[in-house]
Design a binder for this molecule. Structure first.
Ligand code: TNX
Length: 532
């Protein structure tokens, strides 16, 4: 084997990635940037004769995904037989989520020690496939010969999708999961409940989806949709959810469900008022999104029955070891005019109303721990000082708050709105679609984010940074085209900041590789934002 090009960050990136190799007729434009890439002389011809060697069980998910992508893009079924020339092999020398991929003239070798390693190798393989057949051999696709040795920088690489504000159908979620896998994300955080909608079927409380899954005329907020005078919405049945979990699992993605409590609970409260509303509570409050009646009461027995019942059903349905319980944006003024809440404070010697929230969250944490799950929550989950350090915190308001959490010994996922929220307008033109409460978010703003950069690489608090997550909040997202416009291509920048080593990140280099990926997004018919 002849090594012709080893990745060299000093080389002009346009020349490196966007000049088609004459012998191969395609580019190497991988996102995220792998740890180590060597271009070898020659090509592998992908054609009718190509087949997968009977794979180990550990690679089955990756192969299901590869086969589905093949069917989708080339309308071909990928054969599997003992003499196949794409070899998925288990090697315990490879780090847990890493992989090695070697493409030679007659064989493709993939080695990993975990199911996710095989998925990540498959993602690289799929990205190396050109979008059009080779001009040298009719109907064949030529892959460049390469050796890739790769592993993730962060083990948590997530995206959250808000399905509460607007319902996103299962097909839209599967389409997203395909792309999350293509860009080596491993976590889908499924925001299933919010003020505007309850989207998960719960056997014990059919009212939650009979009533809470539907929006309609005369809503208090969301004036941008006030022209919608019909009932609209939807929910996921348990069967839908199992199907999505299996689909994600083949793609190396684990799903973390979120049930947002005690705030953002208006849909639940309107569905189960007799359980969740204290008629004697005269507190006056409005949430930041202007809703009344959207906070569960820590002083009602019904609240605890509700939380336990819902969380237990959720734990049974989702295999992931984590459940997210929200905890964001409980407004001031809540619980102040509730005799029962005042009593609860006095009984427990609490002085700050946030301790009531902590009281409720501690209960949720214990319910989850009894099911063998670890709780996750937004950064306000630490307010009131009641949850244990076992709870994982998602830091969204500021880097300083995230720093505070890691210094206090919490594991955190960093997802500052200012660098990762895909509902923020992209900021290229004045009338750009999106919200701007945390500023505008261009592609390079995303790319240049370094989690807790105030901590040196050696600082031991860094070990509490599990990774990075991006989010699409859906107040303004109610169709596929807007959904894609907000996500792409910014998702690709998040992919690289999650996966690649910080010292391998380079904006000009990324932009050059992005061109190759945009060709793919064009071919896939995705309505991405063209970036200036
Ligand atoms: C803040 S981030 C929220 C969401 C909104 C979002 C809009 C967080 C925990 N809460 O409820 O949808 O901003 O960007």
């Amino acid at each position: 084997k002849v090594h012709t090009t080893t990745i060299n960050l000093d080389q002009d990136p346009i020349e490196r990635y966007c000049t088609p190799l004459p012998s191969v007729g395609c580019d190497i434009a991988l996102i995220p940037q792998p740890n180590h890439l060597t271009r070898l002389q020659g090509e592998f011809i992908f054609n009718q004769a190509t087949a997968i060697e009977t794979p180990p069980l550990l690679a089955q998910g990756a192969i299901n995904w590869l086969s589905a992508e093949f069917k989708k893009h080339f309308n071909e079924t990928m054969p599997i037989h003992p003499q196949g020339n794409i070899h998925y092999r288990v090697s315990n020398d490879i780090v847990e989520h890493g992989y090695q991929l070697l493409i030679e003239t007659d064989n493709i070798w993939i080695q990993a020690s975990s199911a996710t390693g095989f998925v990540h190798a498959t993602s690289t393989l799929l990205q190396l496939l050109p979008n059009t057949p080779s001009h040298t051999a009719a109907g064949a696709y030529c892959l460049p010969m390469v050796e890739v040795i790769d592993q993730p920088h962060y083990n948590y690489r997530g995206m959250m999708l808000d399905c509460g504000r607007h319902f996103h159908p299962v097909d839209r979620i599967k389409h997203l999961l395909d792309h999350l896998a293509r860009y080596k994300f491993n976590t889908f955080h499924w925001h299933l409940t919010d003020d505007e909608g309850w989207r998960i079927e719960i056997d014990a409380y059919p009212q939650l989806t009979e009533i809470g899954a539907w929006r309609g005329p005369n809503e208090i907020i969301a004036p941008q949709f006030s022209h919608i005078d019909q009932r609209y919405g939807g929910f996921y049945t348990k069967q839908d959810i199992r199907e999505v979990i299996a689909y994600a699992s083949d793609r190396g993605i684990s799903i973390i469900p979120e049930i947002d409590i005690p705030g953002h609970s208006r849909a639940a409260i309107l569905s189960l008022p007799e359980l969740l509303q204290d008629p004697a509570d005269h507190s006056i409050y409005r949430s930041i999104q202007n809703y009344p009646d959207n906070i569960l009461s820590p002083a009602l027995a019904g609240t605890y029955t509700f939380i336990k019942t819902v969380l237990e059903e959720v734990c049974e349905l989702f295999p992931a070891p984590f459940v997210h319980i929200g905890a964001d944006e409980v407004p001031k003024g809540v619980w102040t005019d509730s005799a029962a809440c005042q009593q609860l404070m006095a009984d427990n010697n609490y002085h700050d109303p946030m301790e009531l929230q902590g009281h409720l969250l501690r209960f949720a944490e214990q319910v989850l721990q009894a099911q063998g799950k670890r709780m996750m929550g937004w950064e306000e989950a630490t307010h009131g000082n009641k949850v244990s350090k076992d709870t994982v915190i998602y830091s969204w308001l500021s880097e300083e708050a995230g720093l505070e959490c890691v210094k206090n010994g919490f594991d955190v996922v960093m997802k500052p709105a200012q660098a990762t929220y895909l509902d923020l307008a992209q900021g290229y033109s004045a009338d750009e679609a999106g919200v701007d409460w945390a500023g505008k978010l261009t592609l390079d703003n995303v790319y240049n984010y370094h989690p807790l950069s105030m901590l040196s690489a050696q600082n031991s608090a860094r070990q509490h940074i599990l990774g990075i997550q991006t989010a699409l909040w859906s107040e303004l997202i109610n169709n596929q085209s807007r959904f894609e416009y907000m996500i792409y291509p910014r998702l690709l920048a998040v992919s690289e900041i999650c996966w690649s080593k910080p010292q391998h990140r380079n904006w000009d280099d990324f932009k050059a590789r992005l061109k190759g990926q945009l060709n793919y997004l064009d071919k896939a018919g995705i309505n991405y934002r063209h970036c200036e």
